[in-house]
Write a protein that binds this ligand. Structure first.
Ligand code: NAD
Ligand code: TYD
Length: 338
């Protein structure tokens, strides 16, 4: 199979490239990425000369470029990770989220349709379902939960999901969609909660917890997400949505305390700051469908996954220090008003 991976220089995309090259050396992978602030080729340095891997710099929303690439490469499968992915940035500047996540997806769908791609997979998020109340632990997101978005980020992801399903129904494009819960693991950009807290705690800097830290996220190790997408590509039914999550609900405060305890740092580093606008209360996935239909099961519990992740950040200081030393420091100071 020849697979186009878009956004493969980002957090989940680069983990997916590594995963696929290990698991399926018979497949060819072309990684297309615009290398925005979130794209980092250092995450792929170890595979850049692999014979079945190549990188192309480009924009999924650039129609002419995308059409030429599809004509040249004759892809069997497209896996679309490329997106603007940070809720806080979507609150400051929603426009680029609509451009990349909605319009970029539409360009990819047109190209997949025109060049007869055999499977188009959209990497989506549980955030399209909105949030659940904190006091109803019995409620979970299923594939039937109505879309009910809160942030410009989640609204743009829901918009792209609807386009993907429309291209299936109207044009018969063979699509699948996965909606995963919050990921963590190696190569995550340090604007996201877990690597942000981890890298700041290591430097004895304050940890900005929004509101009271009571919001709940359902954490999944990125490798378990990659394995789920691989299973969907090979066995998932066309036109179907698959939720992915491992029942690892934690309040933000619990996660931050776990990180501090693992690093031997004091809880006095925790600083409660103004809440995020429109902050979703709780996410929790019901993964029964992918478990039953495709036999997917996560390999990591939150305890083993967070330990592996902490060790990775301890062993790869250079990777994240390059980011902290670059343009990101301006973003952090602006966002957290330092
Ligand atoms: P990320 O921000 O780390 O990476 C996004 C990548 O897309 C970057 O490499 C960036 O350069 C690239 N990109 C951005 N705009 C582009 C464009 N116009 N053309 C080509 N490339 C472009 O994001 P991530 O956390 O790896 O998320 C990947 C996908 O998974 C996203 O679609 C996101 O919505 C989804 N998702 C993320 C999570 C999570 O917890 N991080 C959970 C569920 C789903
Ligand atoms: P984040 O990693 O941005 O993922 P998402 O908003 O997509 O779930 O945030 C995870 C949780 O952590 C979310 O409830 C917001 C919270 N959070 C903080 O408390 N402080 C921070 O500095 C950040 C970035 C997030």
């Amino acid at each position: 199979m020849k697979i186009l991976v878009t956004g493969g220089a980002g957090f989940i995309g680069c983990n997916f490239v590594h995963y696929m090259l290990e698991q399926h050396p018979e497949d060819g992978i072309v990684n297309l990425d615009l290398l925005t602030y979130a794209g980092n080729l250092e995450s792929l340095a170890d595979v850049e000369s692999a014979p079945n891997y190549s990188f192309v710099k480009g924009d999924i929303a650039d129609r002419e470029f995308i059409m030429e690439l599809f004509q040249k490469e004759n892809f069997d499968v497209v896996v679309n990770f490329a997106a603007e992915s940070h809720v806080d940035r979507s609150i400051v500047d929603p426009g680029v989220f609509v451009r990349t996540n909605v319009m970029g997806t539409q360009v990819l769908l047109d190209a997949a349709k025109e060049f007869g791609v055999k499977r188009y997979h959209q990497v989506s998020t549980d955030e399209v379902y909105g949030d659940l109340p904190l006091d109803r632990k019995d409620l979970f997101f299923t594939e039937q939960t109505p879309l009910h978005t809160s942030s410009p980020y989640s609204a743009s992801k829901a918009g792209s999901d609807l386009l993907v399903l429309a291209y299936c129904r109207t044009f018969g494009l063979p699509v699948t969609i996965s909606r995963c819960s919050n990921n963590y693991g190696p190569y995550q950009f340090p604007e996201k909660m877990i690597p942000l807290m981890l890298t700041r705690a290591l430097a004895d800097e304050s940890l900005p917890v929004y509101g009271k830290g009571e919001n709940v996220r359902d954490w999944l190790h990125v490798k378990d997400h990659c394995a789920a997408i691989d299973l969907i590509l090979r066995g998932g039914k066309v036109g179907e949505v698959y939720n992915i999550g491992g029942h690892n609900e934690r309040t933000n405060l619990e996660v931050v305390r776990t990180i501090l305890a693992a690093l031997g740092k004091p809880e006095s580093l925790i600083h409660f700051v103004a809440d995020r606008l429109g902050h979703d209360l709780r996410y929790a996935i019901d993964p029964k469908k992918i478990e039953k239909e495709l036999g997917w099961k996560p390999q990591y519990s939150f305890d083993t996954g967070i330990r592996q992740t902490i060790d990775w950040y301890l062993e790869h200081k250079e990777w994240w220090q390059h980011i902290l030393d670059g343009e990101y420091s301006n973003y952090f100071n602006r966002m957290y008003k330092l």
